[in-house]
Design a protein around this ligand. Structure first.
Ligand SMILES: *Cc1c(COP(=O)(O)O)cnc(C)c1O
Length: 231
């Protein structure tokens, strides 16, 4: 099941790369393993998966302890400032930075560990009230401010597109995020590069790849439906 799902997604990513003239190596598949038990992650690991995405600090820290150390963990969920310290030395990338106060905390905790934290700025492209993220028209000022933190490296942007019936409906959202990243990159701000675009989930990752995603976050498509009744 896991094996077929991974193969299926791999094929679709390859196809999306080929129709958009992109190279497969430019897209990282993040296996979003939230709510799934360690055994299932181990199974994915045995099939070659090395990049996992989690959205809860405690869960990520527990799985980090239990699983092989060559896994690259990505924090993709909303992050509370008081919990940054539990994951700062465990994650390769934090996708969900949406406030200067959070950035300040990440910077401070990173300095304590003598490391530079890699982050993405989460942008609420669609302007959905229920979603976290910096508003597109605030992004310019936000990046100017975040540049002051010497233990943070901004690698790009992330967005969570709306849940839609037809993935095509999100194409403009992905295109907009890419354009925003081009605008920010053009400013050549200290500590800020825009090589990473984290966009696309199970329902729309192919469209996201066609529009320039360098990271897609796929959960259900790999692991099946999530069961929230025990968590
Ligand atoms: C859960 C989650 C995903 C994966 O969603 P699927 O629809 O299961 O692929 C991707 N990104 C974020 C931020 C998530 O919380």
């Amino acid at each position: 099941m896991l094996k077929e799902n991974l193969q299926n997604i791999e094929n679709k990513i390859c196809e999306a790369c080929s129709v958009s003239g992109r190279s497969r190596e430019d897209v990282t598949l993040i296996a979003v393993s939230k709510t799934k038990p360690v055994e299932v992650l181990q199974e994915a690991y045995d099939l070659g998966v090395r990049v996992f995405g989690e959205n809860k600090v405690q869960e990520l820290a527990d799985k980090y302890e239990a699983l092989p150390k060559d896994i690259r963990w990505h924090m993709i969920g909303h992050l509370q400032r008081n919990k940054v310290k539990y994951i700062i030395d465990k994650v390769e990338l934090i996708h969900s930075v949406d406030s200067i106060r959070l950035a300040e905390t990440i910077d401070r905790e990173a300095r304590k560990h003598n490391l530079t934290a890699n982050i993405l700025i989460e942008v609420n492209v669609a302007g959905e009230e229920s979603k976290f993220g910096v508003a597109p028209d605030e992004l310019d000022a936000f990046t100017d401010e975040i540049a002051q933190f010497s233990n943070i490296r901004v690698l790009g942007l992330m967005t969570i597109a709306p849940f839609v019936g037809n993935a095509e409906e999100n194409r403009l959202i992905f295109e907009r995020l890419r354009k925003l990243s081009v605008d920010i990159a053009g400013k050549n701000t200290h500590n800020i590069t825009m090589g990473v675009l984290s966009m696309g989930m199970t329902n729309d990752y192919e469209v996201a790849v066609e529009e320039g995603a360098t990271m897609v976050r796929v959960g259900t498509g790999i692991f099946g439906e999530r069961d929230y009744s025990h968590v």
